[in-house]
Design a protein around this ligand. Sequence first.
Ligand SMILES: *Cc1c(COP(=O)(O)O)cnc(C)c1O
Length: 398
Amino acid sequence: MKLAARVGRIAPSPTLAMTATAKAMAAQGLDVIDFSSGEPDFDTPEPVKAAAEAAIRAGFTKYTPSSGIDELRQAVIDKLRVEQGLRYEKSQILISCGAKHSLYNLAEALLEAGDELIIPTPYWVSYADQALLNDATPVLLPTHEAQGYAIDPEELQRRITPRTKAIIVNSPCNPTGAMYDRPTLEAIATLALRHRLLLISDEIYEKVVYGGATHVGIATLGPDVAAQTVIINGVSKAYAMTGWRIGYAAGPKELLTAMANIQSQSTSNPCSISQKAAVAALRLGALFTDAMVREFDRRRTAMVDRLNRIPGVTCRMPDGAFYAFPNIRGVLGRRGPDGPIETPHQLAQYLLQHAHVAVVPGEPFGSRDHVRLSYATGMETIQRGLDRIAAAFEKLTI
Ligand SMILES: *Cc1c(COP(=O)(O)O)cnc(C)c1O
């Protein structure tokens, strides 16, 4: 069969692939420690589950308006007004099947052959693959560990061409955990305004921040910036609701209408029951998320401190999200049972096969020096897993 050319341009999500392998090994009875998965280990809050049960009992089990139920769109409007001082009309809000789906609708509505999308690296893999699926070209903007992964406005400027359509802003960032400060966001916004580029602000980790830091949404820098920003967010990470698949987009009406039309021809509507659950989540207040983030904070410190005690490994303390992104360059070049280990990919394979620890290699995030470990997992798992990693690295010969 001759498949469409776009299929050949992308790979399945490497994070999901690593998690699947780890789960398959565990199903065979192996004691696998999984740091690969990108989701909170917390259970969905009770009031959210209750809202879903009530929706089922009330027969709220039919098609909904394609762009989402009014109640949920209004809850999103209220959230953005109260928390960020931003004003949107219903026509500017689209509820989708997860933030990843929001981004997919956006890529389809915005990008075509010849278009360029600027993506700061290391980056969340789907940004590039979704651009490629829509015949556009991802333009990678390197950021550096030594600078805390901050964006250098001059480097950004140099990558802007007449074909540039948009810039990804993912703060806090998956995988680095870096958060952009206000001056950095202002510099990005200034360039976006000057060159009339769309800002794609993926704020899925806005609530998962540490040390009293506050997330600054780029759209809050001014009405002119907001007019050129599409905010992407969802309930997956803040409310431990990854399986419910509810995300949303807020932005310019013309763009959001196009995205809504695409969605109406592809998925019709997001799950009716999950939408009711998401309304309950957005009305929860900060209690659930704050408690979860406090626990992530303890694990963050434990994981990063332990990583930094492993010879050959250095790890920057993440500002947000729930990933450690250790630099493992000092371990590369050593020899394992299957030959020399030269890449993060080979290191991740070695850890999985010989230590039964799953981590995600850096390559698909755009790094040849790092691996990603999630600390959204129990403290005991973190201790045991890192002991195994340390022991496995010690067995490598120089
Ligand atoms: C998890 C994640 C998403 C997508 O989350 P959904 O479950 O699809 O809502 C989007 N962006 C980043 C950076 C993520 O880590």
